[in-house]
Unconditional design. Structure first.
Length: 177
């Protein structure tokens, strides 16, 4: 009996993931007017969710933790705060990845909102633990703005991923990914 093993074509480029995270960190660090700062979308968290759904073998809990640690240093927050939250977000996304990939975009928006609500709740909890002033309503603005931005982020990253994979690749996509 002869077994023929054909290696799958390399269709995903790791640099695309890196470039998207560089962009997300730039958007997270970009100065905004005071009125818009509270509603800044959770760019890095959205990238983690997208790449955990689109490429679970390249994006995992450990890498999400490292990205969160970098965001903690970038923003000057409690070291490990974003790291722990991003690790949880990656875990829940990877755990339900097969199911979520088949969801229509509207249900994905709800899923993203639930994960980012978890982020907001944990951030509030950590701030309360540290006896920092709490403004609970402000913590929900990034959740709402991220839900609004998710369709655009999803379509841009999906288009970029398809373009890099090339027209002649074996990647076939449904409506979702």
């Amino acid at each position: 009996m002869i077994l023929l093993m054909v290696a799958p074509p390399k269709t995903e480029k790791p640099w695309v993931i890196a470039v998207s995270f560089v962009g997300a960190f730039m958007l997270a660090a970009m100065p905004l007017p005071q009125a818009l700062t509270a509603g800044r979308p959770a760019w890095v968290a959205m990238m983690i969710i997208y790449w955990c759904l689109a490429s679970p073998k390249r994006m995992g809990v450990g890498l999400s933790w490292l990205l969160g640690l970098f965001l903690d240093v970038l923003k000057g927050t409690l070291l490990g705060q974003h790291a722990a939250i991003f690790a949880l977000i990656a875990y829940f996304t990877l755990k339900h990845q097969q199911r979520i990939r088949t969801f229509p975009l509207e249900k994905q928006i709800v899923f993203v909102g639930l994960l980012l609500s978890l982020q907001a709740l944990l951030t509030l909890w950590i701030r309360g633990f540290r006896a920092l002033p709490l403004e609970p309503l402000v913590y929900w603005l990034p959740v709402l703005s991220s839900m609004v931005w998710w369709p655009l982020v999803f379509h841009i990253l999906r288009h970029l991923r398809r373009k890099v994979a090339g027209a002649g690749s074996s990647l076939t996509y449904r409506e979702g990914f």
